[in-house]
Design a protein. Structure first.
Length: 394
């Protein structure tokens, strides 16, 4: 599954421009394909992850209105060369879930490639990092009560059904570290509906909501939590760039007589920078170029450097920029820069558009570049983490 399916159903670029962070909205599944998300995470997948991954709490946890003490469903395991950990005990876990608890697996996108691949594409589309959690429940008991999240979420209903009650927002765009404010939840919902398999839901941060499965029906959904990018983040970035000015680098005055003049000069510098029409675009470009890539390894090829015509390659991240000028092309991503010959720049553009390609396909794009020189470049980018080896085609 590609992120294009998600973005298409949500309205493409109109979603981040007009819906994201503003109001909740449900997008029903296509009539002909309610199982559209079924392959992202099956019950067998979830069972396998719990049994074979060393996932300690609180990354895996149970909640029944409040978090259940880990000692009630795990057993301490001891190893000679690894830290001790709380291993889930199947029959104890099953019992709590049967009694109404909700099972949560945080950052499941890091452990399960079908979800990870989808989320990587969503990150490129929305221009932000995303952490995806899985929620499984079996009863109409609300696992978390009426609450709000400090980040926007996109919910994918994978299997079963879930009843949602939306209560609206009492504080616009609250932050994780915020000033004190009234946190009493509203009592009357403004919307109530059942999420069916294949449905998508957007809930903006700060919007109070409560969720429960239908009676006796197993339900599994994914919550894609979007990293917030707020005015506070922008101002932090902006002030970090202001150190080019001597006035910013010097100490804050201690003489009260100098306070007003110093503040005025600082405000002039900030105002001039904020009035630059390119400053917001520069911020977004920097954010994209410094975003951390999703973890991926390329063994054994990144070590041996043995690329063949059928070697499949992709960019390590879809977030970054490619610029050409002054006799070289510069690819900026992951907080790093790679300089390559302009004639080979189309190779990176092609990978950004198509996702993966073989060495042979890439060589055909740049016939003016000798094959050995291209392979050397690809090996360097692979060894340096700009590219990822996906195996051999065919």
């Amino acid at each position: 599954m590609s992120a294009d399916l998600i973005s298409g159903r949500l309205g493409g670029d109109t979603f981040p421009a007009q819906v994201l962070g503003r109001h909740h909205q449900r997008y029903p599944a296509p009539d002909n394909n309610p199982d559209v998300f079924a392959d992202l995470l099956t019950w067998q997948d979830l069972n396998r992850l719990l049994a074979t991954h060393r996932i300690d709490t609180p990354r895996v946890r149970l909640s029944a209105g409040e978090t259940i003490d880990v000692g009630h469903y795990t057993q301490r395991r001891r190893y000679r060369r690894m830290p001790d950990w709380n291993a889930p005990v199947p029959h104890l876990l099953h019992r709590h879930l049967r009694e109404g608890a909700t099972l949560v697996v945080d950052a499941i996108d890091e452990m399960h490639s079908p979800i990870g691949d989808l989320v990587a594409g969503m990150e490129a589309w929305l221009g932000t990092g995303i952490q995806t959690n899985a929620y499984a429940s079996w009863t109409p008991k609300e696992g978390f009560g009426v609450h709000w999240d400090d980040h926007d979420v996109i919910v994918l209903q994978v299997l079963g059904r879930k009843r949602w009650r939306i209560y609206g927002t009492t504080r616009t765009a609250p932050l994780h570290h915020d000033v004190e404010f009234d946190e009493d939840p509203p009592t009357d919902p403004i919307d109530e509906f059942v999420m069916e398999p294949g449905d998508i839901l957007h809930v903006p941060r700060g919007c109070w909501h409560a969720v429960a499965a239908s009676e006796g029906e197993p339900s599994l959904h994914l919550t894609c939590g979007l990293n917030t990018t707020t005015g506070a983040d922008f101002l932090s970035w902006l002030t970090s760039r202001m150190v080019e000015h001597e006035q910013v680098r010097t100490d804050v005055p201690r003489d009260p007589a100098a306070f007003a003049d110093w503040s005025y000069r600082m405000s002039e510098l900030l105002t001039a920078r904020l009035q630059d029409p390119s400053v917001v675009g520069e911020y977004w470009r920097t954010d994209s170029e410094t975003a951390t890539a999703r973890m991926a390894f390329s063994l054994p090829t990144a070590v041996t450097g043995n690329l063949t015509d059928t070697s499949l390659l992709r960019l390590a991240t879809w977030r970054g920029t490619l610029t050409t000028g002054r006799g070289e092309a510069v690819y900026a991503a992951q907080g790093r820069r790679w300089r390559i010959a302009p004639a080979a720049a189309s190779v990176l553009s092609y990978l950004a558009d198509t996702g993966t390609a073989t060495v042979k396909e890439l060589a055909q794009l740049v016939p003016a570049v000798p094959r050995d020189a291209l392979v050397d470049l690809l090996c360097r980018l692979l060894e340096d983490g700009a590219l990822v080896w996906e195996g051999e085609a065919g």
